[in-house]
Design a protein around this ligand. Structure first.
Ligand code: NDP
Ligand code: 8X3
Length: 255
């Protein structure tokens, strides 16, 4: 029987690439995000190009009630969720704490930490009943290191690291595997979101070196979720070859 994977934040970047690769590798998909047009287009494309069946859920993960209602709307034949990929997340702004924008802080903490918790709380209950499941949290190099001006985003990803360990302890007795995937710089809409639509500033982040692409992280996720039942990848750090510490890049590429 095909496994079902629920991916939060599937409308772009790592989530969308993971949806594509998992659809081509024998999974059915529940895909979530706020941008309904993108969800519809992705469902149509994947059902056309791959053997996967796709269900879409449209909600803001910061809204606990909306998240729970979306989950309750899942038809019965879709309710066995074998793999949860907690991917929805973002950075907003880059500033020292004294100059920090409290709305930006709330967006990051509400999405990256509270949204991940809301989703895990509901989805894990079915996994506990069935005595198996796999939760994959998309963390970051920012969950392992802190860089100047990245304070709150880094704190939110350090929280994801702590929650990954907490989940692994709490769910050990139920046969649920828990993994943290920590990418370095990935060229997605991430920087465009961080710099609030400033395309030039976003492009600069990836200039002069070869970053990871969403596909690279998706391939890592495919590896993680296709290990045999007795094997868990606890925590995996995936970096561009041109990146060392979170802010050290080998920017020697010429245009
Ligand atoms: P993108 O901006 O391309 O994708 C982010 C996804 O999250 C979108 O699908 C977006 O959907 C969804 N999302 C954001 N806010 C919400 C919300 N409130 N409710 C529901 N969905 C939401 O970025 P990435 O693919 O790069 O990011 C994916 C994950 O990877 C994030 O957790 C990020 O922190 C992490 N990461 C990214 C790295 C990078 O360099 N790009 C490196 C390390 C980790 P929509 O807008 O439609 O709601
Ligand atoms: C995204 C990578 O280093 O820009 O998590 O924070 S970084």
């Amino acid at each position: 029987m095909k496994k079902t994977v629920l991916i939060t934040g599937a409308t772009s970047g790592i989530g969308e690439a993971s949806a594509s690769i998992l659809a081509s590798n024998g999974f059915n998909l529940i895909l979530t995000g706020r941008r309904l047009d993108r969800l519809k287009a992705l469902k149509a494309r994947l059902e056309d190009e791959t053997p996967a069946s796709v269900l879409t859920l449209h909600f803001d993960i910061r809204d606990r009630i909306a998240t729970e209602e979306a989950f309750r709307s899942i038809p019965e034949n879709w309710q066995q969720i074998d793999v949860l990929i907690n991917n929805a997340g973002l950075a907003v702004g880059l500033s020292s704490i004294d100059n920090g924008d409290t709305d930006d802080w709330e967006r990051m903490i509400d999405t990256n930490v509270k949204g991940l918790l809301y989703m895990t709380r509901i989805v894990s209950r079915g996994m506990i009943k069935r005595g198996e499941g796999h939760i994959v949290n998309i963390s970051s190099i920012a969950g392992r290191e802190t860089y100047p001006m990245g304070n709150v985003y880094c704190a939110s990803k350090h929280a994801v690291q702590a929650l990954t360990k907490g989940m692994r302890l709490d769910f050990l007795q139920y046969g649920i595997k828990v993994t943290s995937v920590c990418p370095g710089a990935v060229d997605t809409e991430f920087s465009l979101v961080r710099f609030k639509g400033d395309e030039q500033r976003a492009r600069k982040v990836y200039e002069g070196f070869t970053p990871l692409f969403a596909q690279d992280v998706a391939e890592t996720i495919l590896f993680v979720v296709t290990r045999p039942r007795h094997v868990n990848i606890d925590d995996i750090l995936v970096m561009p070859a041109d990146q060392a510490y979170s802010r050290d890049f080998n920017r020697t590429l010429k245009e």
